[in-house]
Ligand binder design. Structure first.
Ligand code: FAD
Ligand code: DLZ
Ligand code: SF4
Length: 505
């Protein structure tokens, strides 16, 4: 096939018409390659909904590219000629087209980035300019700092983007309004719901493919409602900005039974595969503040999650890979309990978060951090197994964002690179921020014994077990003081209750 200069590879999380690889390409001479490949579909046992979401969004994106005049080669998962992995499929297509040069926007995960760079293909890898900070900028920011803390990085990102900035500094005179956030929610609140899209024939075909080829994977496909095009993802953004954003700050950390979404945006899966860009999301949210449609605490809090946390975790990932996912600072070695897959546990908070994860491929931040994540850390589960679970079960999960959140923030397995102390909490925190405890067989007020909330003895047992590594942490000095003041009988009761519970897992 003479006349084609280069093959432009577009990966499943690069579905934006302005992605840098496409910006460097020429419609007249270059061909775009998109491929559904077994290696990407199986490097962890992804949730069925995540697979269907990615494949359907890829197929829709290929159709849009063709409609706008690009020549697109698209390999479906069940194509008998499919080479099975990204590098081999690119090589096969390059040979068929007689093309010697491959162009790709840098893959977001180390694994694939490395596989492409180590391959025998002639590759032009271009920066992913969807992110606000370049690798070099993050490296420069991190160089020479004793501690990497998100808050200071975030301020630089505010200055760089100009979001919520006025001539004399940050809007409202403060960088961060979290003191006004984090209220518990009541069941009778008005509850916005995300926009739900009816599957079209392309999505239907993909749903059947996933049901057939990934029947044993975790998760439910029925009721699939994710947007799979940029157009519908923009509708979802608009809907969030006009219905839920105003309550985002107040109820950011709240949890309610039967309410999986609360005032969250449910946009991460769209942002992470390119249907929306982080900056356009922030610009829309900022407009809501200037229009008087949402208060500053909500808007600043939301923008911080994206230009602060999202960029910061990506920076840490690329700074610390390839070793980051093997970190195990607390030497935790327990196997992930089976109930992370079947939700068969009497702990109402855990059952609720896991059932919702199975049904929606979604749980919000506090469920991920303070329920399933907190439990795994307190119980001493092997952080790599926890990491693989999170990478598999959420529709928005890609290693560059998942691993720092799991290994660093939630399991403290990096020993404090990402966060300054472990997010460990007893049942009291969950009771304060949710209504789960009223429907639980355990009693959150009981500290030890058969009916005590398991988070209570596990919390103290965790601190006791890990004293040698955690005692020196200044942010934990007050909890160790409380532990030290406890009499030996009480301490033994905590230890025995925790051991009995762990033995029952
Ligand atoms: P909202 O609550 O509406 O937040 C707005 C946006 O901010 C999100 O869409 C996301 O883009 C960004 N954001 C918020 N918090 C974070 C954060 N800590 N890190 C990076 N971005 C953030 N996020 C992922 O995108 N993929 C993951 O695989 C992932 N795994 C996580 C694992 C654990 C243990 C924890 C504690 C957090 C994880 N997060 C992950 C971060 C966060 O929980 C999700 O981004 C969020 O729940 C997605 O839902 P939402 O779009 O409704 O977010
Ligand atoms: C997540 C995913 C899945 C399930 N399948 C594919 C695929 O078949 N083809 C593809 O190009 N991308 C897929 N993706 C997204 C990739 O895993 C993602 O682009 C890389 O992990 C980024 O390094
Ligand atoms: Fe969870 Fe404990 Fe409350 Fe039960 S009592 S819902 S286990 S925090």
């Amino acid at each position: 096939m003479a006349g084609h200069n280069r093959l432009v590879l577009i990966l499943g999380d690069q579905l934006n018409p302005k992605i840098s690889a496409i910006e460097t390409a020429d419609k007249a001479t270059d061909v775009i390659l998109m491929a559904e490949v077994a290696s990407e579909a199986t490097y962890v046992a992804h949730h069925k909904r995540k697979l269907a979401f990615v494949f359907s969004a890829m197929r829709h994106f290929a159709q849009e590219l063709r409609q706008s005049g690009w020549r697109v080669v698209y390999t479906k998962l069940d194509d008998p000629q499919n080479a099975g992995d990204v590098v081999s499929e690119a090589r096969r297509q390059m040979q068929m087209l007689g093309v010697t040069q491959l162009v790709v926007t840098e893959p977001s995960e180390y694994r694939l980035n490395h596989a492409l760079l180590e391959s025998d293909l002639s590759i032009q890898m271009v920066d992913d300019d969807r992110f606000i900070a370049t690798h070099q900028e993050f490296q420069t920011w991190a160089d020479g700092r004793k501690q990497l803390r998100m808050e200071y990085f975030y301020r630089d990102m505010r200055r760089k983007t100009g979001l919520l900035m006025c001539d004399d500094g940050p809007q409202g005179g403060q960088w961060n309004f979290d003191a006004e956030n984090r209220k518990p929610a009541k069941g009778d609140l008005f509850m916005p719901s995300p926009v739900k899209v009816q599957p079209d024939p392309i999505t239907q075909e993909v749903l059947e493919l996933v049901e057939e080829k990934f029947a044993k994977n975790f998760g439910r496909l029925d009721g699939f409602w994710f947007a799979v095009t940029r157009k519908d993802a923009l509708v979802a953004l608009e809907h969030f900005a006009s219905t839920a954003l105003a309550g985002f700050g107040d109820y950011q950390d709240a949890m309610l039974s039967g309410e999986p979404f609360l005032y969250h945006s449910i946009l991460a899966q769209y942002i992470n595969i390119g249907l929306l860009t982080p900056l356009e999301v922030c610009a829309r949210v900022e407009r809501a503040y200037y229009d008087g449609a949402a208060p500053l605490n909500a808007v600043e809090g939301y923008i911080r999650q994206i230009i602060g946390w999202r960029e910061y975790v990506r920076g840490i990932y690329w700074l610390k890979m390839p070793d980051y996912t093997d970190q195990n600072f607390l030497d935790a070695s327990r196997d992930l309990p089976l109930f992370y897959w079947d939700a068969q546990t009497d702990m109402a908070c855990m059952a609720s978060a896991i059932e919702q994860t199975r049904d929606e491929a979604y749980a919000h931040h506090i469920q991920r951090l303070m329920v399933t994540g907190n439990f795994a850390m307190l119980a001493g589960v092997d952080p790599f197994q926890v990491h693989e679970w999170y990478l598999a079960v959420y529709a928005d999960a890609y290693e560059w964002v998942e691993a720092p959140n799991v290994i660093g923030m939630s399991q403290f397995a990096d020993g404090g690179i990402l966060g300054s102390k472990p997010y460990a909490a007893s049942g009291n925190y969950i009771s304060k921020m949710s209504d789960y405890c009223s429907g639980c067989r355990y009693d959150v007020k009981q500290k030890t014994g058969e009916n005590a909330c398991p988070f209570n003895p596990l919390y103290w047992d965790f601190l006791d077990r890990n004293q040698a590594k955690l005692r020196g942490n200044p942010r934990l000095s007050h909890v160790f003081r409380t532990w030290d003041k406890m009499d030996d009988v009480k301490k033994t009761e905590y230890r025995i209750s925790a051991q009995k519970f762990l033995a029952s897992l």
